[in-house]
Ligand binder design. Sequence first.
Ligand SMILES: Nc1nc2c(ncn2[C@@H]2O[C@H](COP(=O)(O)OP(=O)(O)O)[C@@H](O)[C@H]2O)c(=O)[nH]1
Ligand SMILES: [Mg+2]
Length: 150
Amino acid sequence: MPAEKKVIVLGDSAVGKTEYVKSLLGLEFTPTHTPSVGVQVHQIKRRRINFAIWDIASGSRSGIFDGAIIRADYAIIVCDTNQDFYSKYVKNMICEIKEKCGNIPICIVYSKCEDEPENKLYRDFGVPTFRHSSKNKLYVFDAIDYFNSI
Ligand SMILES: Nc1nc2c(ncn2[C@@H]2O[C@H](COP(=O)(O)OP(=O)(O)O)[C@@H](O)[C@H]2O)c(=O)[nH]1
Ligand SMILES: [Mg+2]
């Protein structure tokens, strides 16, 4: 029986973390935003690997946040495709993940991509980047399959 892999899902408020996790779970899209509180953990199985997906609310107080991200195997930083002011936020987040979790695989998922052209170029933060739409259920497993492939 393979061990469970812990995936942390991080990002600024309202970027689409919870909807992204709901897509992974096969749940329907909700157009309204209900800010999440604290941390929610969901299990999924993908290609015979069990993943525990940790949806970590951006408002989590430092102590909760630190406790939630430690011992992660993989990290996903969600950014909103329609916003372009994340540069510092993402760089800091990558540093913080490395500091607290060591050299784990990290990737960026650009959410809400359904109206973006296929060839849109996303900012390069030196980690693999994927696009995703919870609304139209596009590219749902790309990031998880990337983790599965390494
Ligand atoms: N158009 C569109 N809206 C999205 C998508 N994903 C999330 N949203 C909307 O963005 C808002 C915030 O989503 P949520 O997952 O709750 O954000 P979180 O705070 O990062 O967990 C909600 O109103 C969602 O309906 C998407 O793929 N496309
Ligand atoms: Mg949320």
